[in-house]
Design a protein around this ligand. Structure first.
Ligand code: MN
Length: 290
């Protein structure tokens, strides 16, 4: 199955077009990965301006192929991130953050990913980590940087709460065999170049691979940069609404009202952007986990 990316207009002052594959009507999660946005490469390097907004029940992963982004959050983190580094924010019970791209010589090109927390971790205290020294595996024609989990014997130090894999693969032109954990389902999202996995995949789109496979054959004519995302199929139904993940309508309703009334749950911080993004109105129907 191929999930074709769809363009998303982000709220509030961000001029950059984002292409989203997860969540999708046909595919809610890959392991605990529940949100995949790809943006750039763009010369609008200063146009990713996302003012303060909250999260619950998830981890956000920021991964750059090129560019520079400043992260600030309500537990006091101020962190510049560049290509090949990882920003991981564990929202747990509640956090707020902002993200601002900064001018660079090159382009801005990145993915923003969310990881759903299992229900026993929904109330974790919020945390932030920056990983600047992630393991790299060199295989014939493949350079693999491990963001989270273990790939080809190299394990990332990144904190995670379910069996999970995230790898940036840089492929030289030709045919390649990529090892997979047969207990995991996987997705291959093409960030740059060209890729065939049995069939051709467009840039920003994602090829889904069901559990039970120990490897996958891919081909690239000009070379490719690919995100390999995997994990044990997520055993729970989750409720994703706006920037919150929970399990019930009431949890989401409470988080929404607490954010919009600026309650202490989501903290506060100063940044260069100013302001904050209010949560939209809830739909008139009850939200259901799925
Ligand atoms: Mn966010």
């Amino acid at each position: 199955m191929i999930i074709e990316a769809r363009p998303i207009k982000l709220t509030t002052r961000t001029g950059i077009e984002v292409r989203r594959t997860l969540p999708h009507a046909k595919l809610k999660t890959i392991g605990a990965w529940c949100f995949v946005d790809h943006f750039g490469p763009t010369w609008q390097t200063e146009d990713m301006v996302v003012a303060a907004h909250p999260h619950t029940g998830l981890q956000t992963v920021t991964w750059l192929f090129e560019g520079l982004i400043e992260h600030r959050d309500s537990i006091g983190s101020v962190q510049l991130i560049e290509a090949g580094q990882l920003n991981l924010m564990t929202a747990g019970h509640g956090i707020s953050h902002s993200e601002l791209s900064l001018k660079t010589e090159g382009t801005l090109h990145a993915v923003q990913l969310w990881v759903a927390l299992p229900k026993e971790y929904l109330d974790l205290a919020p945390a932030f980590e920056h990983q600047a020294d992630l393991p790299v595996v060199e295989l014939p024609g493949i350079n693999a940087k491990v963001l989270v989990g273990e790939f080809e014997g190299a394990a990332a130090p990144t904190t995670h709460f379910s069996e999970l894999l995230g790898v940036e693969l840089r492929l030289v032109p030709g045919n390649h065999t990529i090892s997979l954990n047969p207990e995991f389902e996987h997705g291959l999202m093409l960030a740059e170049g060209d890729l065939s996995v049995g069939e051709h995949i467009e840039v920003s789109s994602l090829k889904y691979l069901a559990p039970g496979q120990t490897q996958v054959e891919v081909e690239t004519k000009a070379g490719a940069v690919v995100m390999l995302l995997g994990g044990v199929p997520f055993p729970e139904k989750i409720l994703m609404w706006w920037n919150f993940i929970g399990r019930s309508h009431e949890e989401i309703e409470l988080a929404r009202s607490q954010w919009n009334s600026r309650e202490e749950r989501f903290g506060s911080f100063e940044d260069k952007i100013g302001g904050w993004i209010p949560a939209p109105e809830l739909p008139s129907v009850r939200l259901q986990p799925r």
